[in-house]
Design a protein around this ligand. Structure first.
Ligand SMILES: NC(=O)C1=CN([C@@H]2O[C@H](COP(=O)(O)OP(=O)(O)OC[C@H]3O[C@@H](n4cnc5c(N)ncnc54)[C@H](OP(=O)(O)O)[C@@H]3O)[C@@H](O)[C@H]2O)[C@@H](O)CC1
Length: 293
């Protein structure tokens, strides 16, 4: 229901979707190359501006991001299909949003459990989890794959320094690399470089996180260009698209801005699956095209 389709029409055996776009699209300068992912510098600036937009309150910002993240997760894994969600949180804002994801998922009928790798810089995880009735772990259960259906990766985001993963994170990081459960990553898959994605050394060793779903916040980061999972959403959109294309050339236009809902999916495969869900059973022989791909 969050995938806003303005209308569709059949022509020459194809269905083309017209998606709502920001009014800012009318001001685009088409002489500049189209850019679809933002640089680390702009990503970090966007964090501060998103917080300012939220009245300077990181918890308010985190809740908005969490709500959009949960919309995305729910579109891929409905609460009637899965129940137990293991959420790995780091000490920064990424982890704070992970905590808010747990609270939101609990309200939506899932059974989330939180793992905190390190003490948070932003919240008292114990009191939030106790108040919401959410399990808080300080260890990774050896039976993880037996008890949980999916894993949320909210460990390291744009604040990852690009160096070796600190020792406190090793156990959970190893789990995220080796688990057979599907991973839903928040903003940036943990350990990925903001510009290039998984580091070369990790790719060579085939030792990096491969999420099935990626939920970018505000805008996709350059490194997510190499994301090869099935579904890529954007959520937590505090800032208008014009914010990005004014600062960094042109930005791909996404469907109309919504603060809480995940408002589009970036991956082609996801488009087809989601459109099928939204439009009912479709003839498989019909090729679908989507304005955002
Ligand atoms: N982009 C956007 O548009 C928006 C982004 N937003 C969100 O904000 C997040 C960024 O928040 P953030 O700055 O708190 O960074 P994040 O990644 O959560 O924390 C990093 C933590 O990890 C640690 N750490 C660092 N290196 C490490 C290492 N090698 N090994 C181990 N640990 C390491 C580091 O510790 P420190 O070095 O500081 O002691 C710090 O505590 C971003 O991901 C997104 O979710 C929203 O605000 C909305 C707009």
């Amino acid at each position: 229901k969050h995938f806003r389709v303005a209308g569709h029409r059949r022509s020459q055996g194809r269905i083309s979707m017209q998606m709502e776009v920001d009014k800012s699209s009318k001001q685009r300068d088409n002489s500049k190359p189209r850019q679809t992912h933002i640089s680390p510098e702009l990503a970090n600036q966007a964090i501060n501006d998103a917080i300012t937009y939220s009245g300077g309150d990181v918890v308010v910002m985190a809740r908005t991001c969490a709500s959009g993240f949960c919309d995305a997760l729910q579109q891929c894994y409905g609460s009637e299909e899965i129940s137990d969600v293991f959420i790995a949180c780091g000490s920064g804002l990424n982890g704070l949003i992970g905590l808010q994801v747990a609270v939101e998922l609990q309200k939506r009928g899932y059974a989330p459990a939180v793992y905190a790798a390190e003490q948070s810089k932003h919240a008292n995880f114990r009191s939030v989890c106790d108040e919401a009735g959410i399990d808080l772990h300080d260890f990774i259960p050896s039976t993880l794959e037996f008890y949980y259906d999916i894993v949320v990766d909210a460990l390291l985001g744009t604040g990852f320094d690009g160096g070796d993963i600190r020792q406190q994170y090793w156990t959970v990081y190893e789990m995220l690399i080796s688990t057979r459960l599907a991973i839903v990553s928040l903003d940036v898959p943990s350990g990925w470089d903001l510009s290039t994605g998984p580091r070369k050394i990790d790719v060579t060793a085939d030792s990096f996180i491969k999420p099935e779903v990626l939920v970018s916040l505000e805008a996709p980061k350059l490194g997510s260009n190499v994301f090869a999972g099935g579904y890529h959403f954007i959520a937590g959109r505090h800032l208008p698209q014009s914010y990005f294309w004014k600062r960094e050339s042109l930005f791909r236009l996404f469907p109309a801005r919504s603060q809480t809902a995940c408002s589009c999916q970036v991956t082609r495969f996801a488009s087809k699956v989601l459109m099928e869900r939204h439009m009912g059973d479709l003839d498989n022989s019909i090729t679908m095209t989507c304005g955002t791909n």
